[in-house]
Ligand binder design. Structure first.
Ligand code: PGA
Length: 248
């Protein structure tokens, strides 16, 4: 009932020439009417990515919540909108940890994006210490309540939530299928409590954290996992193509 959505997250990798080469190799493979495949790219690669994307969707990796002004180095939602960007990752744990993103600023970004018709891919997830202390539920609940505050139920069909346990990001130590499904179900249950059944059934939830060609199929077989956010394994055309071919 929910279409799948598998998105790469290039982080601070690839220049324009590399972006063009990636799209030339991968875009044709992503042709399907069953779900969505795409990549989040650095701001400087957006134009090239969009110009070379027929099948892949293109996401920005961040945005600012003000339209314009004295925010040196930032990029606004209207700027993304003008380029034709339709997806934007927000609240990635690297941004929360290194660049001061909070549930409050992420909430402002989410609202701005939704108003512009851009789908936010909202990242949440707990640290290893929080996981070990059994605090996953509390952390996820607080992040969802804060990041999606005052967003109406009707908007959730245009929201993607990426559950990414921080201990699984870039570590090669992916969450077991059981943990990933339990946590994605938990995310859906929290959404259910916040805004009701319809929104919870429509919101697409991704698992992220060391997803690769060898484990994507088992994650995608889970009831509450509608897709994946993929860092390392999205950088090489070969591995991303394998992921697409195994799931489309
Ligand atoms: P990874 O990164 O797949 O390299 O673990 C995931 C992410 O940061 O979104």
């Amino acid at each position: 009932m929910r279409d799948i959505i598998i998105v790469g997250n290039w982080k601070m990798n690839k220049n324009n020439a590399e972006t063009k080469a990636f799209f030339e190799e991968v875009d044709g493979v992503a042709k399907t009417d069953k779900g969505l495949y795409g990549v989040g790219v650095p701001f400087t690669d957006l134009r090239t990515a969009l110009d070379n994307a027929e099948n892949l969707i293109v996401a920005a990796e961040n945005c600012h919540f003000e339209d314009s002004g004295a925010f040196t180095g930032e990029v606004s939602v209207p700027m993304l909108e003008e380029l034709g960007v339709k997806y934007c990752i927000i609240g990635h744990s690297e941004r929360r940890q290194m660049f001061g993103d909070t549930d409050e600023t992420v909430n402002k970004k989410a609202k701005k994006l939704l108003d512009a018709g851009i789908t936010p891919i909202l990242c949440i997830g707990e640290t290893e210490a929080e996981y070990d202390a059994g605090k996953t539920k509390d952390v996820i609940t607080a992040q969802l309540n804060g990041s999606l505050k005052d967003i109406p139920a009707e908007a959730y069909e245009n929201i993607v939530i990426a559950y990414e346990p921080i201990w699984a990001i870039g570590t090669g130590k992916s969450a077991s299928v059981e943990i990933a499904e339990d946590c994605c179900k938990l995310v859906r249950d929290v959404v259910r409590d916040m805004v009701g059944d319809e929104a919870a059934d429509k919101v697409r939830i991704q698992y992220g954290g060391s997803v690769k060609p060898g484990n994507i199929v088992e994650y995608m077989a889970q009831e509450d996992i509608d897709g994946a956010l993929i860092g390392g394994a999205s950088l090489k055309p070969d591995s991303f193509i394998e992921i697409i071919e195994k799931t489309k």
